[in-house]
Design a protein around this ligand. Structure first.
Ligand code: DAH
Length: 452
């Protein structure tokens, strides 16, 4: 989650990220395609690009690959029978049942699941108070369309606009895109659900006490680890309690009474205080969502001056992997009937455990080369993308296993270990070798690296 990204700035705990698809099928929507100087499978910049009803003009910041463009066409969360659709529906049903408008006639939360996936940099970053020099803005972390727009990196990108449009309580569901690591739980496209709830004083404290307790602090109050300077202590505390109650109830509804969950203090630019929720799964604590009391500055800049609120953003794949015991994130994208048929007849509320189709062996290959003269993190982001573009879903994991700079020549070397494994068949060394050689060749042609 961007959560981790944002944390990284503080903790420097993670490297950059990625993934792949396979075909050059870019969108049927993509108009005139301009060939870059060296023909490249990983960078094909259209002159203009129509996506979700918007027409955008890519410029030199464009770093989408054909494989990422192909992912945009899949709309997995809208496909009945996909586990992501099932879990989305299960969460929406829970919210609709539990939170009703006064009189109980209609659901409190508006569901927004068709927001455009190309967003302004303002919506993706600035509106959420993401610092100018934040790592998440780097082209090695985000898919840029041009100098003003990118693929949304999180569903939080819609918060500001929806609040400005007058929505007080909403859930935003959709696919989000990040240049990310390659492993069992990361893919360049994944799905999130954002929740926002705003309260007036009466709604937060109850009608009888709304006048007694205020939402806002006096001018001279300071920001502390517990609260923002703008909010009263009462408002901040009650918001935190209501937020935690909401998420606890959600986790119980999803995982049952026996589920072990915990709140961990966290940092996000858009909330304070902030937390992450972790679920205990297969011997490990797995981060499934980020949340917190919304920064009051965001509400104010969206024109909301008399309310306060909380927000959360959860990762649907993470939750679905736990709930259905799905071992690998690539399976969500599988078109294999061995996978799809297991979910085709399921209802959102059904508890079901995925039965692995079969376990196929992994094939490892290493890729070592001298870098051209460019920053190491940019190179790795491009390498991850390129491996995804060529190796498609046969690539299970990629890790940078060695990096060093030669004392005399000053040149830097990278060694990546690529683990190839298909989710539905056994791969031979020979067929993997063909793919691996193609990756090496393209890397040389496109980035001028020297294979070692
Ligand atoms: N946008 C964050 C991410 O992608 C998740 C998140 C954290 C959303 C805190 C929120 C929030 O609304 O309050 O990692």
């Amino acid at each position: 989650m961007l959560a981790q990204r944002l944390l990284r700035q503080v903790l420097l705990s993670r490297g950059t990220a990625v993934r792949l698809g396979s075909s050059l099928a870019a969108s049927g929507d993509a108009a005139a395609v301009e060939q870059p100087a060296k023909s490249s499978p990983s960078r094909t910049r259209p002159k203009s690009w129509k996506v979700d009803g918007l027409v955008v003009k890519p410029d030199e910041r464009w770093n989408l690959t054909p494989s990422v463009m192909a992912l945009l066409e899949r709309h997995l969360h809208a496909k009945p029978g996909n586990p992501l659709n099932l879990i989305k529906q299960r969460i929406v049903n829970h919210f609709h049942k539990t939170y009703r408008k006064a009189g109980n006639r209609s659901p409190l939360f508006t569901v927004c699941d068709r927001e455009p996936r190309v967003v302004s940099l303002f919506d993706n970053f600035d509106s959420l108070l993401t610092p100018e020099d934040h790592v998440s803005r780097r082209p090695s972390d985000t898919y840029y369309v041009n100098a003003d727009t990118c693929l949304r990196a999180h569903t939080s990108a819609h918060q500001h606009k929806l609040m400005r449009q007058g929505f007080d309580n909403f859930l935003v569901v959709g696919d989000v895109y990040r240049r990310d690591e390659i492993d069992r739980t990361h893919y360049p496209c994944f799905h999130q659900m954002e929740g926002v709830r705003l309260y007036s004083a009466d709604e937060l404290f109850g009608k009888a006490s709304g006048e007694q307790f205020g939402l806002f602090a006096s001018d001279d109050e300071k920001r502390t680890p517990q609260k923002q300077s703008e909010l009263s202590e009462d408002a901040s505390k009650v918001l935190e309690i209501k937020l935690k109650q909401t998420l606890e109830e959600l986790c119980l509804a999803l995982f049952g009474k026996g589920a072990q969950i915990r709140f961990v203090d966290a940092y996000f630019p858009f909330t304070h205080p902030s937390f992450e929720v972790e679920v205990f799964y297969e011997g490990k604590w797995l981060e499934v969502l980020g949340c917190g009391v919304m920064e009051q500055k965001i509400l104010t800049s969206a024109g909301v001056t008399d309310k306060v609120g909380w927000a959360f953003g959860l990762g649907l794949e993470r939750l679905a992997m736990v709930l259905y015991s799905i071992p690998d994130i690539r399976l969500f994208w599988s078109e294999d009937s061995g996978f799809l048929s297991q979910f085709a007849d399921k209802q959102p509320e059904d508890n079901y455990k995925y039965v692995p189709i079969s376990v196929h062996p992994q094939v490892y290959f290493d890729l070592s080369f001298w870098l051209p003269d460019r920053p190491s993190h940019e190179m790795s982001a491009d390498v991850f993308d390129l491996i995804r573009s060529i190796g498609g879903n046969l690539v299970e994991q990629v890790s940078l296993v060695d990096e060093f700079t030669h004392k005399k020549t000053g040149r830097t070397s990278h060694c990546y270990r690529i683990v190839y494994r298909s989710v539905d068949r056994a791969l031979t060394k020979e067929e993997v070798n063909v793919i691996h050689k193609q990756i090496e060749k393209t890397l040389v042609e496109q980035y001028d690296v020297q294979i070692r």
